[in-house]
Design a protein around this ligand. Structure first.
Ligand code: BES
Ligand code: ZN
Length: 616
């Protein structure tokens, strides 16, 4: 008996030692958009202590980083862009150290070289933001919904977090954070972390993010905001005049989280809340952990645009839990999330709705490929954005081609097997950042598993590394859309009366609008408008699609509303197709320039970055 025990102990000790030896540290992959060298010295935790000042429109304070100096060398490199670094100290006793800023590179900012000791574990950076910072948008009261108090919010993705926090700004580097944020006493602060649900009298708010996240998910919003719960783990933040509308619109949020968990495993972040931002928020949504940031354009009044919520929620698995290691791998974030979004949508809104969304998605892919060309290197899933602003290279490709690829895989292996694969994939890479190549390796090992027939059926390499789309792409079909296609063939002859009783939902309207005949006249558009009131529809997506047609077919009655639309919001992805349509004619370009000049003070810097080059 004793002998067996001893043997057992020996075996246990032996295997334990072996394990230790095999857990070699994973090298962090090189990210061309970050100056940091994490394999030498890497930041693991942030204690942020900042003050938000609306008079000077700056954030100032201290970023204390807990670091691991793996190389035992004498420097750590952070990214910074447009910050004013005033002092750097080391350790709890804050011994001042020297630092140096390297050469500036367009969009990338500068490397911040800090002298450290081989045993340094803490670096304290004192800094303030400046007017040139891209991430922060400071809004005057009149730019908010309530029009009474100022507002500020951040947008970190892709490479803008370094414009409000000195950090190792690569999605391949993860850290936890605590923050203490001091704001004017009449405002409330929220972050991508556990959040307060009420204003307090001190104007001081504290936050904890205990899960390791990449820097682009650092986020803050400060304004006169309120909170309303939806269920016991979901809720909504918004300004007073928006909060009830938002709560109603997002009533299904809790259901969506439950649906996603059933599909892909437990939601790992604790609470899931959303905040509706003022109209200059430049995206439909941004998946900041615990607190998705949303455009107010999602508030259609009929819950018809909430697939956006499903998308941002989906990032809680694909993106925030398993993260693209570099911006060249962004399809791992956006393609997987588009897939997850559609699956959540199918569960919550039903199969008919999902089929329509599938057809719209494939159409978006076609439009994008037509625009950039089937041979464009940007039509690969794995892209090369080095030297470029990653936001600039961003198209619908990572979303829609990524989605089409995952649908192809699903069809090849069957839903049950694919769901299990995805759940396992999220679990195996939870809180890790991975490259496309890591994915390929995992995929081949766990799904293909030597099955050559299956591999040929899927054509993984073609999908990921080749341009355009492979011929095994699925063509989705929607019966509901087919009915609309039939209507499309006849309305010119029999008139449009009564059509608004047949084409009712937002998806159906969008499909009808997108496939209006090429030779449609302004007079016919006026008839349609009389029937549907598209020009003044309160639905942002319906208006956007209708306005693209109105510009193309010179339906001038809609022009004032188009101008209104372009000057009211800064949702880049929705403004761009309108501007792109306008600049196709000389008069249109003049018009576009005039509107842009008027609108630009309300636009976010990233929106300006996207639109300005078009108008040259
Ligand atoms: N993470 C993106 C937004 C983003 C991508 C910001 C790249 C900066 C760089 C977000 O999840 C997103 O995809 N938003 C979409 C909406 C979605 C429903 C397609 C948007 O804003 O258009
Ligand atoms: Zn997304």
């Amino acid at each position: 008996m004793k002998k067996i025990n001893l043997l057992l102990i020996i075996i246990i000790v032996f295997t334990a030692c072996q394990k230790k030896e095999t857990t070699i540290k994973h090298e962090i992959v090189k990210d061309s958009h970050s100056f940091s060298k994490p394999n030498q010295a890497v930041a693991k935790h942030l204690d942020l202590d900042i003050k938000v000042d609306f008079n000077s429109q700056t954030i100032s304070g201290k970023a204390s980083w807990i670091i691991e100096n793996n190389s035992k060398g004498d420097e750590i490199i952070f990214d910074e862009n447009s910050l004013n670094i005033t002092k750097v100290t080391l350790g709890d006793d804050e011994k001042e150290t020297t630092f140096e800023l390297g050469k500036e590179v367009e969009f990338h900012g500068k490397p911040l070289h800090i002298k450290i000791k081989s045993n340094t574990t803490k670096v304290n950076i004192y800094y303030n933001t400046t007017k040139d910072g891209v991430a922060l948008q400071w809004l005057k009261p009149e730019q908010t919904a309530d029009k009474k108090k100022p507002f500020v919010f951040s947008q970190g993705e892709s490479i803008w977090s370094r414009t409000w926090i000195p950090c190792q700004d690569s999605p391949g580097i993860r850290f936890t954070y605590n923050a203490k944020v001091t704001v004017p006493k009449d405002l409330m602060a929220v972050m991508s972390a556990t959040n307060p649900q009420q204003k307090n009298k001190t104007g001081i708010y504290t936050f904890r993010q205990e899960k390791a996240i990449p820097s682009y998910l650092m986020a803050i919003a400060v304004g006169d905001i309120e909170f309303k719960p939806i269920d016991n783990r979901t809720g909504v933040y918004a300004e007073h005049t928006v909060i009830n509308k938002a709560k109603w619109e997002f009533e299904e949020l809790g259901k969506m989280v439950n649906a996603a968990e059933k599909l892909f495993g437990p939601y790992q972040w604790g609470r899931y809340d959303v905040i509706v931002l003022p109209p200059s928020f430049p995206y439909g949504g941004m998946e900041n952990p615990n607190l998705t940031f949303l455009t107010p354009t999602v508030l259609a009044g009929d819950r018809s645009l909430t697939s956006l919520l499903a998308h941002e929620l989906g990032h809680s698995w694909s993106g925030n839990l398993v993260t693209n290691a570099t911006w060249d791998d962004i399809w791992l974030n956006e393609g997987f999330t588009t897939y997850v979004e559609h699956r959540i949508g199918e569960k919550v809104f039903g199969v008919k709705e999902a089929k329509m969304q599938d057809v719209l998605s494939r159409k978006a892919l076609k439009v994008n490929l037509d625009e950039i060309g089937n041979n464009s290197p940007d039509s690969r899933l794995k892209v090369d954005t080095s030297g470029r602003n990653p936001d600039e290279g961003l198209s619908d490709i990572p979303y829609e081609k990524g989605y089409a690829f995952l649908q192809t895989v699903e069809a090849a292996v069957g839903r049950e097997k694919f769901d299990k694969f995805l759940t396992d994939y999220f679990k195996a890479h939870a809180f890790q950042s991975i490259t496309t190549e890591d994915f390929v390796e995992y995929f081949n090992k766990n799904l293909i598993n030597g099955d050559k027939v299956l591999a040929d059926k899927i054509k993984l390499n073609d999908w990921i590394y080749k341009t355009g789309t492979p011929n095994n792409i699925i063509i989705p079909i929607s019966e509901d859309f087919n009915s609309i296609d039939n209507i499309q063939k006849t309305w010119k002859k029999i008139g449009v009366k009564g059509l608004n009783q047949k084409i009712k939902s937002t998806n159906e309207k969008q499909h009808f609008i997108d496939y209006l005949p090429n030779d449609i006249t302004p007079k016919e558009m006026a008839e349609i408008d009389k029937e549907f009131n598209f020009t003044n529809s309160g639905n942002f997506v319906v208006q956007r699609q209708w306005f693209i047609q109105a510009i193309q077919h010179k339906y001038k009655k809609a022009y004032p509303s188009i101008e209104q639309f372009l000057t009211s919001y800064s949702r880049t992805g929705s403004l761009l197709p309108l501007y792109k349509q306008m600049i196709k004619t000389p008069e249109g370009k003049t018009w576009a320039k005039r509107i842009y000049e008027k609108a630009k003070t309300g636009y976010h810097t990233t929106t300006i970055q996207a639109i300005k080059p078009l108008l040259k």
